[in-house]
Write a protein that binds this ligand. Sequence first.
Ligand code: PLP
Length: 456
Amino acid sequence: MSKKEIPYKIYLEEHEMPRQWYNVRADMKKKPAPLLNPETHEPMTEDDLAKVFCRELVKQELDDTTPYIDIPQEILDFYKMYRPAPLVRAYCLEKKLGTPAKIYYKFEGNNTSGSHKLNSAIAQAYYAKQEGLKGVTTETGAGQWGTALSMACSYFDLDCQVYMVKCSYEQKPFRREVMRTYGAQVTPSPSMSTAVGRKINEEFPGTNGSLGCAISEAVEAATSQEGYRYVLGSVLNQVLLHQSIIGLETKAALDKYGEKADIIIGCAGGGSNLGGLISPFVGEMVRGEADYKIIAVEPISCPSLTRGKYSYDFCDTGKVCPLQKMYTLGSGFMPASSHAGGLRYHGMSSVVSEIYDQGLMEARSVRQTDVFEAAQTFARVEGILPAPESSHAIKVAIDEAMKCKETGEEKTIVFGLTGTGYFDMFAYQRYNDGQMQDYIPTDEEIEKALAKLPDM
Ligand SMILES: *Cc1c(COP(=O)(O)O)cnc(C)c1O
């Protein structure tokens, strides 16, 4: 077969879009460890989880055996508004770097929320609506997840209550207003409208809030109102399942032109975009059909994979959520403020953690000043202004392409470009003004947080 010339953007036709999500857990020989009840340390049952989460999503959460799960037509109809997402051949970046490597990126920023999070938000809102619920509650840190969820809820006419970490609520008014435009009720956290919020406000007057605290408020709001459930934008198995659309489309687009990836790179916060991107490829690896070099990229300020411990831990600071086995820095770990808000989570998806533990994936941590340098290089030649989170993957993709330049190898590098950075211009300003700093946690800091892991 003579190879077809590869266009700048590989688009799939609408009819070529995947109609099923792929559940990599089904093909993994050793499965990720189950969620445990924080009191009894017994595995969480469907009924336990259904008090907080939607029933169908709980089924997906616990399903370790079904490899392919149909995407309901209503979700496909919504996906069609902004998918299939293009797989872009970064010809201009390759030329700029002078590398013999081929670089591709899967661009997930082509929707109003500006990131991949909409892929799961729409699925979670759909199942909530199907169950006859009135609404959902959630937390948001930097605001990407809250934005995506508010879009999804307005589409299905569901009430959407977002607890937004107070400092972001005040410092990121634009994301807050996007959410309100889509009809969401946005409350700065800690608030006075939940018991846990009032308690935290009393204990720490004038606090700026934290993600862990906002999670505790959102869970309380869900369990104390009739007809409400809690939803989460990353970390959970169900979220990775929905995000597998990223990897499935990537693979279909590569296959269309007879291309095979050698290196696959994604940024890792809670692990949902990375898990979704790599799932079909890891599936091939565990079935013994192909081999890939997979690299997770995390901030050096929040290095859960590269410096954390593989252990059961709390998912939130308030310790109300189930225990999850994962690479963690400890639920009390307070990452230094960084401009990649979406990557400031102390733990990691249990699927991604298990893939890493089995040696199917590598991990690297990078400094934010290097990340913004890569972001700037990329923006200047490829035209897209990337999110700081996504730029972690760009940084390592450039590093790998430069290695190819030294060795002369023509490797094919694929990375996930999870979103755009238009709401992160304050961060770009710091970088442009030469005021951005790197923070590397000390061993003592990490040991201190890890000392508080739950006794198992
Ligand atoms: C939230 C977010 C991330 C990180 O979340 P994951 O669950 O690790 O994918 C990465 N990029 C962008 C643009 C985000 O909004």
